[in-house]
Design a protein around this ligand. Structure first.
Ligand code: XMP
Length: 334
């Protein structure tokens, strides 16, 4: 019978044998799967694993710094952080179509990741650190947090987090350099990944994180994405997450978040008339994201979230609550 301890032992052993004295790279998303995959590989080969974490400009408030701190200090991973937010936001400028937003983010992510991976590998090549295969090609390893459901459903590719999973060929590498794939989680379901992470001693705030889409806040800003709108939504989202956690509900809810609507309405603030955006609050229960029920959040929690957002977030003067289940609604608004 399957136990996390046994899985960890055999997997780490297998990785150690497979990679030998080689080097590996891994894209971190900030989520559970890539983190557990990275920790397993690091347990096998130590700092010959280099992780890459990209700021795509649509992360949550403080997430770029927080994920780096978690991964380095709490998980002991070697992390190269790339702040590419300007270039993502530039490319997203003027785009309102949800699928186009996804495509741009996926494409930019691959470009940024490839550039960084190629830079790291060339550096290792220069120091003569890369292994060679029988044909004299230099090889390194690419770690991906692919899970069993991704393996069987690889046709339902949706966004960058999935795009990276199906992305085996890093561009910009010299002809004689090859990447080989390691997918240590490809036989596991999500709950097993969490159990493995717990057994590895990983902290709860990494393991119990609610799912966050690869395109991030881009699909929670309905309409055009501007730096100003990103900041407004980051501030509102931060309050939602804080209050849901404070109420002890964060782990019991599949996803809870704020959505910024391109709708402005009139309000009053003191003796001033305001004209500002509307924010929708969404909270759903779900098993797998395929179907979902809206959560009847306690009125007190809704009340605190609403009054904090309109009082503390400049740019929002109205808060509404989304009471749509899936189907017919989707979880995200885009
Ligand atoms: P929907 O909105 O389709 O979402 O009901 C179902 C689940 O998928 C997540 N989601 C995404 N995840 N890239 C991702 O990595 C995406 O483009 C994307 N779109 C939606 C969503 O957060 C929910 O958990």
């Amino acid at each position: 019978n399957w136990t996390p301890a046994h899985f960890i032992e055999t997997t780490v052993d297998a990785i150690r044998k497979q990679v030998g004295t080689g080097h590996a790279i891994c894209a971190l998303s900030g989520g559970v799967d890539s983190a557990v995959a990275a920790v397993l590989v690091a347990k096998a080969i130590g700092d010959r694993l280099t992780c890459i974490f990209v700021n795509n400009g649509v992360l949550r408030k403080n997430e770029f710094a927080q994920v780096q701190a978690n991964m380095r200090e709490k998980l002991g991973l070697k992390v190269v952080a790339v702040d590419a937010s300007k270039r993502f936001l530039q490319q997203l400028g003027g785009i309102t179509d949800p699928e186009t937003k996804r495509k741009i983010i996926g494409r930019e992510f691959i470009t940024v990741f490839d550039d960084e991976a190629a830079r790291i590998l060339k550096e290792q090549e220069k120091h003569g650190e890369l292994q060679q295969d029988a044909k004299g090609n230099e090889i390194a390893w690419l770690v991906q947090g692919t899970l069993y459901p991704d393996v069987i459903e690889s046709s339902s590719v949706k966004g960058p987090s999935q795009t990276i999973k199906s992305h085996h060929n890093v561009g910009g590498l010299p002809e004689n350099m090859k990447l080989k794939l390691i997918e240590p989680l490809r036989d596991l379901f999500k709950d097993e990944v969490r159990r493995v992470g717990r057994d590895l001693g990983m902290p709860d705030d990494v393991l119990d994180r609610q799912p966050f889409p690869g395109p991030g806040l881009a699909v929670r800003i309905v309409g055009e994405i501007t730096p100003e709108r990103v900041e407004i939504l980051q501030n509102a989202d931060d309050i939602v997450v804080f209050e849901i956690k404070k109420a002890g509900l964060y782990k019991k809810i599949w996803q809870s978040f704020a959505v910024l609507l391109p709708v402005k309405s009139v309000g009053v603030m003191g003796d001033q008339r305001t004209y500002a955006y509307t924010c929708a609050i969404r909270a759903v229960h779900s098993e797998d994201g395929m179907t979902a029920d809206w959560v009847p959040l306690p009125y007190e929690v809704l009340k605190t979230i609403s009054s904090r957002i309109v009082n503390e977030v400049r740019g929002i003067n109205r808060v509404v609550y989304d009471i749509t289940s899936k189907p017919p609604g989707t979880i995200e608004w885009e």
